[in-house]
Design a protein around this ligand. Structure first.
Ligand SMILES: CC(C)(COP(=O)(O)OP(=O)(O)OC[C@H]1O[C@@H](n2cnc3c(N)ncnc32)[C@H](O)[C@@H]1OP(=O)(O)O)[C@@H](O)C(=O)NCCC(=O)NCCS
Length: 291
Protein backbone atom coordinates (compact mmCIF):
# COMPACT_ATOMS: atom_id res chain seq x y z
CA UNK A 1 0.00 0.00 0.00
CA UNK A 2 2.72 2.45 1.03
CA UNK A 3 4.60 2.24 -2.28
CA UNK A 4 1.49 3.53 -4.13
CA UNK A 5 1.51 6.67 -2.03
CA UNK A 6 3.21 9.86 -3.05
CA UNK A 7 4.09 12.48 -0.46
CA UNK A 8 4.11 15.85 -2.21
CA UNK A 9 3.40 19.53 -1.66
CA UNK A 10 -0.27 20.42 -1.65
CA UNK A 11 -1.70 22.38 -4.60
CA UNK A 12 -4.97 24.39 -4.81
CA UNK A 13 -6.55 21.48 -6.72
CA UNK A 14 -6.21 19.32 -3.57
CA UNK A 15 -8.48 21.54 -1.43
CA UNK A 16 -11.61 19.44 -2.05
CA UNK A 17 -9.82 16.13 -1.25
CA UNK A 18 -8.16 17.63 1.82
CA UNK A 19 -11.56 18.76 3.08
CA UNK A 20 -13.09 15.32 2.48
CA UNK A 21 -10.27 13.38 4.13
CA UNK A 22 -9.89 15.66 7.14
CA UNK A 23 -13.61 15.93 7.85
CA UNK A 24 -13.89 12.15 7.84
CA UNK A 25 -10.69 11.59 9.82
CA UNK A 26 -10.94 14.18 12.59
CA UNK A 27 -14.37 13.62 14.26
CA UNK A 28 -13.93 11.19 17.14
CA UNK A 29 -17.56 10.71 18.24
CA UNK A 30 -20.97 10.24 16.58
CA UNK A 31 -21.90 13.71 17.80
CA UNK A 32 -18.87 15.24 16.07
CA UNK A 33 -19.62 13.28 12.89
CA UNK A 34 -23.16 14.65 12.97
CA UNK A 35 -21.80 18.19 13.39
CA UNK A 36 -19.69 17.69 10.25
CA UNK A 37 -22.76 16.48 8.32
CA UNK A 38 -24.71 19.53 9.57
CA UNK A 39 -22.11 22.04 8.35
CA UNK A 40 -23.61 24.71 6.12
CA UNK A 41 -22.31 25.14 2.55
CA UNK A 42 -20.83 28.42 3.76
CA UNK A 43 -18.90 26.71 6.57
CA UNK A 44 -17.54 24.04 4.20
CA UNK A 45 -16.42 26.77 1.80
CA UNK A 46 -14.77 28.71 4.63
CA UNK A 47 -12.66 25.66 5.50
CA UNK A 48 -11.51 25.19 1.91
CA UNK A 49 -10.73 28.92 1.76
CA UNK A 50 -8.60 28.44 4.87
CA UNK A 51 -6.51 25.74 3.18
CA UNK A 52 -6.06 27.98 0.13
CA UNK A 53 -5.12 30.90 2.39
CA UNK A 54 -2.45 28.74 4.06
CA UNK A 55 -1.13 27.60 0.69
CA UNK A 56 -0.93 31.19 -0.50
CA UNK A 57 0.97 32.23 2.63
CA UNK A 58 3.36 29.29 3.01
CA UNK A 59 3.24 26.47 0.50
CA UNK A 60 6.40 24.99 2.04
CA UNK A 61 4.33 23.91 5.05
CA UNK A 62 1.54 22.22 3.06
CA UNK A 63 1.92 18.50 2.36
CA UNK A 64 -0.39 15.73 1.21
CA UNK A 65 -0.08 11.97 0.87
CA UNK A 66 -1.78 11.07 -2.41
CA UNK A 67 -2.95 7.60 -3.46
CA UNK A 68 -3.74 8.35 -7.09
CA UNK A 69 -6.61 10.85 -6.97
CA UNK A 70 -7.36 10.17 -3.33
CA UNK A 71 -5.91 12.29 -0.54
CA UNK A 72 -4.79 9.74 2.07
CA UNK A 73 -3.38 12.31 4.47
CA UNK A 74 -2.50 15.95 4.97
CA UNK A 75 -0.30 18.19 7.14
CA UNK A 76 -0.69 21.95 6.83
CA UNK A 77 1.66 24.26 8.74
CA UNK A 78 2.21 28.00 8.79
CA UNK A 79 5.06 30.22 9.96
CA UNK A 80 4.47 33.77 11.21
CA UNK A 81 7.23 35.94 12.72
CA UNK A 82 9.41 32.92 13.59
CA UNK A 83 6.65 30.80 15.13
CA UNK A 84 5.57 27.57 13.41
CA UNK A 85 1.97 26.35 13.81
CA UNK A 86 0.43 23.06 12.69
CA UNK A 87 -3.00 23.97 11.35
CA UNK A 88 -4.27 20.62 10.05
CA UNK A 89 -3.06 17.03 10.41
CA UNK A 90 -5.11 14.00 9.41
CA UNK A 91 -4.70 10.58 7.81
CA UNK A 92 -7.63 8.64 6.34
CA UNK A 93 -8.50 5.78 8.70
CA UNK A 94 -7.76 3.18 5.98
CA UNK A 95 -4.13 4.36 5.75
CA UNK A 96 -3.25 4.77 9.45
CA UNK A 97 -0.42 3.19 11.46
CA UNK A 98 1.90 2.77 8.46
CA UNK A 99 4.04 5.82 9.23
CA UNK A 100 2.23 8.22 6.86
CA UNK A 101 1.39 10.62 9.68
CA UNK A 102 5.01 10.66 10.76
CA UNK A 103 6.26 11.36 7.22
CA UNK A 104 3.75 14.17 6.72
CA UNK A 105 4.60 15.74 10.07
CA UNK A 106 8.35 15.48 9.36
CA UNK A 107 7.86 17.30 6.03
CA UNK A 108 5.76 20.02 7.66
CA UNK A 109 8.37 20.36 10.43
CA UNK A 110 11.11 21.06 7.88
CA UNK A 111 9.33 24.39 7.52
CA UNK A 112 9.99 25.02 11.24
CA UNK A 113 13.75 25.09 10.72
CA UNK A 114 15.10 28.44 11.92
CA UNK A 115 11.91 29.19 13.89
CA UNK A 116 12.12 30.25 17.56
CA UNK A 117 9.06 28.31 18.62
CA UNK A 118 6.28 26.01 17.52
CA UNK A 119 2.73 25.20 18.68
CA UNK A 120 0.01 22.67 17.95
CA UNK A 121 -3.57 22.49 19.23
CA UNK A 122 -3.87 18.71 19.41
CA UNK A 123 -6.86 16.45 19.27
CA UNK A 124 -7.04 13.82 22.00
CA UNK A 125 -6.28 11.07 19.48
CA UNK A 126 -3.54 8.89 21.04
CA UNK A 127 -1.60 8.69 17.75
CA UNK A 128 -1.60 12.50 17.37
CA UNK A 129 -0.31 13.07 20.92
CA UNK A 130 2.31 10.35 20.40
CA UNK A 131 3.54 11.95 17.17
CA UNK A 132 3.78 15.44 18.75
CA UNK A 133 5.49 14.31 21.96
CA UNK A 134 8.02 12.24 19.97
CA UNK A 135 8.70 15.30 17.78
CA UNK A 136 9.89 17.15 20.90
CA UNK A 137 6.73 19.03 21.89
CA UNK A 138 5.73 19.48 25.55
CA UNK A 139 2.06 18.65 26.03
CA UNK A 140 -0.12 20.99 28.12
CA UNK A 141 -3.46 19.32 28.92
CA UNK A 142 -6.58 21.41 28.37
CA UNK A 143 -10.23 21.62 29.37
CA UNK A 144 -12.97 22.81 27.14
CA UNK A 145 -16.17 24.48 28.29
CA UNK A 146 -19.42 24.16 26.41
CA UNK A 147 -23.15 24.72 26.72
CA UNK A 148 -25.76 27.45 26.67
CA UNK A 149 -24.91 30.74 28.33
CA UNK A 150 -27.00 31.66 31.37
CA UNK A 151 -28.04 35.16 30.33
CA UNK A 152 -28.72 36.33 33.88
CA UNK A 153 -25.06 35.68 34.75
CA UNK A 154 -23.72 38.32 32.33
CA UNK A 155 -22.01 41.12 34.30
CA UNK A 156 -22.50 44.83 33.63
CA UNK A 157 -19.76 47.39 33.06
CA UNK A 158 -17.51 45.40 30.67
CA UNK A 159 -14.69 47.51 29.21
CA UNK A 160 -14.90 45.91 25.75
CA UNK A 161 -15.61 47.74 22.53
CA UNK A 162 -15.96 46.67 18.89
CA UNK A 163 -12.56 46.50 17.13
CA UNK A 164 -11.79 48.58 14.06
CA UNK A 165 -9.07 48.38 11.41
CA UNK A 166 -6.91 50.81 13.42
CA UNK A 167 -6.78 48.26 16.26
CA UNK A 168 -4.77 45.71 14.25
CA UNK A 169 -1.55 47.22 15.56
CA UNK A 170 -2.72 46.80 19.17
CA UNK A 171 -3.70 43.20 18.40
CA UNK A 172 -0.24 42.51 16.95
CA UNK A 173 1.41 44.08 20.01
CA UNK A 174 -0.64 41.92 22.41
CA UNK A 175 0.10 38.81 20.32
CA UNK A 176 3.85 39.43 20.44
CA UNK A 177 3.75 39.90 24.22
CA UNK A 178 1.58 36.85 24.91
CA UNK A 179 2.58 34.28 22.23
CA UNK A 180 5.82 35.61 20.77
CA UNK A 181 4.45 36.47 17.29
CA UNK A 182 1.59 38.35 15.65
CA UNK A 183 -1.07 36.51 13.62
CA UNK A 184 -0.81 39.01 10.73
CA UNK A 185 -2.54 37.69 7.63
CA UNK A 186 -4.34 34.94 9.57
CA UNK A 187 -6.17 37.47 11.73
CA UNK A 188 -7.20 39.34 8.59
CA UNK A 189 -8.44 36.03 7.14
CA UNK A 190 -10.60 35.41 10.23
CA UNK A 191 -12.08 38.91 10.09
CA UNK A 192 -12.74 38.59 6.33
CA UNK A 193 -14.64 35.35 6.78
CA UNK A 194 -17.37 36.25 9.25
CA UNK A 195 -15.61 36.50 12.63
CA UNK A 196 -15.32 39.83 14.36
CA UNK A 197 -13.02 41.68 16.71
CA UNK A 198 -13.53 42.94 20.27
CA UNK A 199 -10.94 45.11 21.96
CA UNK A 200 -10.03 46.47 25.39
CA UNK A 201 -7.47 49.27 25.48
CA UNK A 202 -7.31 51.38 28.63
CA UNK A 203 -5.04 52.18 31.56
CA UNK A 204 -5.76 48.77 33.18
CA UNK A 205 -4.79 46.60 30.25
CA UNK A 206 -4.91 45.73 26.56
CA UNK A 207 -6.40 42.75 24.83
CA UNK A 208 -8.59 41.45 22.05
CA UNK A 209 -10.92 38.60 21.18
CA UNK A 210 -12.06 37.23 17.84
CA UNK A 211 -15.65 36.03 18.23
CA UNK A 212 -17.76 33.49 16.37
CA UNK A 213 -21.43 33.30 17.43
CA UNK A 214 -20.67 33.83 21.11
CA UNK A 215 -17.58 31.56 21.17
CA UNK A 216 -14.06 32.99 21.51
CA UNK A 217 -12.15 31.83 18.40
CA UNK A 218 -9.04 33.55 19.79
CA UNK A 219 -8.37 35.74 22.82
CA UNK A 220 -5.22 37.32 24.27
CA UNK A 221 -4.65 40.08 26.80
CA UNK A 222 -2.01 41.70 28.99
CA UNK A 223 -3.90 41.10 32.27
CA UNK A 224 -6.32 38.40 33.51
CA UNK A 225 -8.92 41.11 34.36
CA UNK A 226 -8.87 42.26 30.74
CA UNK A 227 -9.15 38.69 29.47
CA UNK A 228 -12.14 38.11 31.79
CA UNK A 229 -13.97 41.16 30.38
CA UNK A 230 -13.25 39.98 26.83
CA UNK A 231 -14.46 36.44 27.52
CA UNK A 232 -17.71 37.71 29.06
CA UNK A 233 -18.21 39.97 26.04
CA UNK A 234 -17.81 36.98 23.69
CA UNK A 235 -20.35 34.94 25.68
CA UNK A 236 -22.75 37.91 25.74
CA UNK A 237 -23.02 37.58 21.95
CA UNK A 238 -24.52 34.09 22.08
CA UNK A 239 -28.14 33.98 21.04
CA UNK A 240 -29.31 30.82 22.81
CA UNK A 241 -27.18 28.38 20.75
CA UNK A 242 -24.49 26.39 22.61
CA UNK A 243 -21.06 28.04 22.73
CA UNK A 244 -17.57 26.57 23.12
CA UNK A 245 -14.59 27.88 25.08
CA UNK A 246 -11.77 25.52 24.08
CA UNK A 247 -8.07 25.22 24.92
CA UNK A 248 -8.22 26.15 28.63
CA UNK A 249 -4.74 25.09 29.78
CA UNK A 250 -3.65 25.05 33.43
CA UNK A 251 -2.35 28.60 32.90
CA UNK A 252 -5.82 29.90 32.01
CA UNK A 253 -7.46 29.46 35.41
CA UNK A 254 -8.75 33.05 35.07
CA UNK A 255 -11.26 31.64 32.56
CA UNK A 256 -12.69 28.94 34.83
CA UNK A 257 -14.87 31.12 37.13
CA UNK A 258 -16.24 32.87 34.01
CA UNK A 259 -17.32 29.71 32.20
CA UNK A 260 -18.74 28.20 35.39
CA UNK A 261 -20.74 31.36 36.25
CA UNK A 262 -22.03 31.36 32.67
CA UNK A 263 -23.41 27.86 33.27
CA UNK A 264 -21.07 26.03 30.86
CA UNK A 265 -19.75 22.50 31.54
CA UNK A 266 -16.06 21.62 31.61
CA UNK A 267 -14.67 18.50 29.96
CA UNK A 268 -11.13 17.27 29.21
CA UNK A 269 -9.80 17.90 25.69
CA UNK A 270 -6.59 17.54 23.66
CA UNK A 271 -3.37 19.28 24.72
CA UNK A 272 -1.70 22.44 23.51
CA UNK A 273 1.75 21.29 22.37
CA UNK A 274 4.67 23.70 22.59
CA UNK A 275 8.31 23.67 21.57
CA UNK A 276 11.05 26.32 21.76
CA UNK A 277 10.60 29.94 22.74
CA UNK A 278 7.15 31.46 22.83
CA UNK A 279 5.59 34.10 25.08
CA UNK A 280 4.06 33.37 28.51
CA UNK A 281 0.95 32.02 26.68
CA UNK A 282 -1.38 33.56 29.26
CA UNK A 283 -3.96 35.09 29.41
CA UNK A 284 -4.61 33.32 26.13
CA UNK A 285 -7.30 31.20 24.50
CA UNK A 286 -5.64 30.15 21.25
CA UNK A 287 -7.25 29.53 17.88
CA UNK A 288 -7.24 25.81 16.94
CA UNK A 289 -6.13 26.33 13.33
CA UNK A 290 -4.02 29.49 13.81
CA UNK A 291 -3.10 29.25 17.55
C1 LIG B 1 -2.87 11.44 14.09
C2 LIG B 1 -2.84 10.74 12.73
C3 LIG B 1 -2.73 11.83 11.65
C4 LIG B 1 -1.61 9.83 12.68
O1 LIG B 1 -1.56 9.24 11.40
P1 LIG B 1 -0.86 7.81 11.15
O2 LIG B 1 -0.58 7.70 9.70
O3 LIG B 1 -1.64 6.74 11.79
O4 LIG B 1 0.52 8.06 11.95
P2 LIG B 1 1.76 7.08 12.10
O5 LIG B 1 1.46 5.75 11.51
O6 LIG B 1 2.97 7.79 11.64
O7 LIG B 1 1.90 7.00 13.68
C5 LIG B 1 0.89 6.52 14.50
C6 LIG B 1 1.52 6.17 15.84
O8 LIG B 1 0.50 6.12 16.83
C7 LIG B 1 0.51 4.84 17.44
N1 LIG B 1 -0.88 4.58 17.77
C8 LIG B 1 -1.91 4.37 16.96
N2 LIG B 1 -3.04 4.18 17.65
C9 LIG B 1 -2.70 4.27 18.96
C10 LIG B 1 -3.41 4.13 20.18
N3 LIG B 1 -4.72 3.89 20.19
N4 LIG B 1 -2.73 4.30 21.33
C11 LIG B 1 -1.41 4.57 21.34
N5 LIG B 1 -0.67 4.68 20.21
C12 LIG B 1 -1.32 4.54 19.03
C13 LIG B 1 1.10 3.92 16.40
O9 LIG B 1 1.62 2.77 17.00
C14 LIG B 1 2.16 4.82 15.81
O10 LIG B 1 3.28 4.93 16.66
P3 LIG B 1 4.79 4.44 16.23
O11 LIG B 1 4.93 4.72 14.78
O12 LIG B 1 5.67 5.30 17.06
O13 LIG B 1 4.78 3.03 16.58
C15 LIG B 1 -4.13 9.89 12.50
O14 LIG B 1 -4.23 8.99 13.57
C16 LIG B 1 -5.40 10.70 12.43
O15 LIG B 1 -5.76 11.19 11.36
N6 LIG B 1 -6.13 10.82 13.55
C17 LIG B 1 -7.43 11.48 13.58
C18 LIG B 1 -7.31 12.96 13.30
C19 LIG B 1 -6.51 13.65 14.35
O16 LIG B 1 -6.75 13.50 15.53
N7 LIG B 1 -5.55 14.48 13.87
C20 LIG B 1 -4.73 15.29 14.72
C21 LIG B 1 -5.35 16.63 14.81
S1 LIG B 1 -4.42 17.68 15.89
Amino acid sequence: MKDRIQIRQMTPADAEGVYRTSSEAIPATDEERQQVRNRSAEEVERRKQRYLHLLEHGQRGAWVAADGDRIAGVALALVREGVWILSLFAVDERYRNHGLGRELLDRALLYAEGCRGAMIASSSHPAAMRRYALAGFALQPTLMAGGKVRRDSLPAGLRTREGVEGDLQLVAEVDRLVRGAAHGTDLEFMLRTGLHLLVVDDASGMGYAVVWNGSPALLAATTPETAIDLLWSCLAESSGEPVEVPWITGSQNWAVPVVLSAGLSLSPAGPICVRGELGPLTPYLPSGPFL
